[in-house]
Design a binder for this molecule. Structure first.
Ligand SMILES: C[S@@+](CC[C@H](N)C(=O)[O-])C[C@H]1O[C@@H](n2cnc3c(N)ncnc32)[C@H](O)[C@@H]1O
Length: 254
């Protein structure tokens, strides 16, 4: 199945709101790491699979940016910001060579993820930075809360069927980057908390809500289980981690 036809496709009316929730959760993470790399006005940056574009727009306040996505309907070109309809798994390099390539919540959903990594590396100038922000829902399989486990298992099942999602791909990226000769390989990890009404919960609940119909229609979840997962939120003591957000950065050798 194509990404566009699945539960995260942009024809779904709630997808823009879901992408905005991801941005609220992850923009501080992307900004912190990219800011620490010394982002400057001379930089040429690629934001790959840019989604609703908050990182592209933020980068363009300082640098020159190419924002790419299979579906660019939520992206707008501007001063120093070029938007390109582009398939990262198949299309030619979208300019460059780049000082920064940023890919967030992208490699996990690409069946061709392992072949995409060397493509992104080739886009970099010598000394350029690759920043990958991932989403690893594998921890949700071990949540001690049955109501959350049911929906998380069902969601991972549908993601695997539709996109052959590999939740631990970013966490497993460092040795692959080393094999491609990348240097300065670093990893940090942020927990995605739910139950506190915060940004992680908003992003997860937006994803749950968007997927419920498909999860129920495909027999992965009952309507009662969907309701039980909704009812889990907002109760005293109901706090949990439903995902990890690994951030891996590395440099192309000079
Ligand atoms: C979960 S969204 C993440 C958006 C954005 N990076 C963020 O974190 O806010 C994944 C994005 O990747 C895009 N995408 C999926 N497959 C792609 C491909 N083969 N090439 C380029 N973009 C792709 C989708 O259209 C979607 O906008």
């Amino acid at each position: 199945m194509k990404y566009a036809d699945g539960v995260l496709g942009k024809d779904i009316p709630t997808e823009l709101g879901r992408l905005r929730a991801i941005e609220e959760l992850c923009d501080p993470i992307s900004k912190e790491i990219i800011g620490g790399l010394g982002l400057g006005s001379s930089w040429l940056c690629a934001d790959v699979g840019a989604g609703a574009g908050s990182v592209s727009r933020w980068l363009a306040e300082t640098a020159t940016v190419v924002a790419t996505d299979l579906d660019t309907r939520f992206l707008t070109s501007g001063e120093r910001l070029t938007v390109l309809t582009h398939d990262v798994t198949a299309d030619p390099v979208p300019g460059g060579p780049f000082d920064l390539v940023h890919a967030r919540f992208l490699l996990e959903v690409l069946p061709e993820r392992a072949d995409t990594v060397p493509r992104l590396i080739e886009w970099l100038r010598p000394g350029g930075h690759l920043v990958v922000v991932g989403i690893d829902m594998s921890v949700s399989a071990l949540t001690p809360h049955p109501a959350l486990r049911a929906v998380s298992d069902a969601l991972l099942g549908v993601f695997q069927e539709q996109m052959r999602v590999e939740p631990t791909f970013t966490r497993g990226l460092p040795p692959l980057l080393a094999a491609y000769g990348m240097t300065d390989i670093r990893m940090t990890v942020h927990p995605l908390l739910v139950g506190d009404g915060g940004a992680g919960e908003k992003a997860m609940r937006a994803t749950f809500e968007q997927a419920f119909d498909t999860l129920i229609a495909t027999g992965r979840l009952t309507a009662e289980q969907a309701e039980a997962s909704r009812a889990w939120f907002g109760r005293p003591g109901h706090l949990d981690i439903l995902a990890l957000i690994p951030v891996v950065s590395a440099r192309r050798p000079r």
